[in-house]
Design a protein. Structure first.
Length: 155
């Protein structure tokens, strides 16, 4: 299975990458989050480790939404242009990091705005006033299609 570190993919070489490339750039730009869900190891299931509860997650999300509405009168997903850049409050270092990430991923203008929106939401979820380099890096990991994540990790 492609992407699984323990099970070998039985697809012909290059086949998963060719399939992933069928998603056009403009369509990819409209997808905010690309999330890879790895298999949960059987030992973790048997150990019964409890994940964070839904109530705690819901409270954190509700608080982030309140912050977004108070800051700009709308949610991050509806911000564009100047309003989005103002909401991010990027320092010169963070601005440079955003440019570097957008260049590395060859993001379009739309893709770069999506990167900023995701980073702003991550910052809201952790209670950060401004978007920093850490939030941009995390947003970039979420904005990278799974096939591209694997090639980035291999290099």
């Amino acid at each position: 299975m492609t992407g699984d570190p323990e099970i070998s993919c039985v697809c012909p070489p290059g086949s998963p990458e060719r399939y992933a490339r069928r998603v056009s750039g403009p369509l990819r730009d409209r997808i905010d989050l690309w999330v890879t869900m790895p298999r949960v190891p059987p030992a973790a299931v048997v150990a019964g480790l409890e994940p964070e509860g839904s109530v705690a997650v819901a409270e954190r999300i509700a608080a982030a939404r309140r912050v977004q509405l108070a800051r700009a009168g709308r949610l991050n997903g509806r911000l564009t242009g100047r309003a989005l850049r103002a909401a991010c409050g990027l320092t010169p270092a963070a601005r440079g990091r955003a440019v570097a990430l957008a260049t590395l991923e060859a993001l379009s203008g739309r893709g770069t705005e999506r990167l900023l929106r995701v980073a702003r939401t991550i910052a809201d979820l952790v209670g950060a006033g401004d978007v920093g380099e850490a939030q941009l890096d995390e947003a970039s990991r979420f904005r990278t299609a799974p096939s591209r994540q694997q090639s980035r990790e291999a290099s």
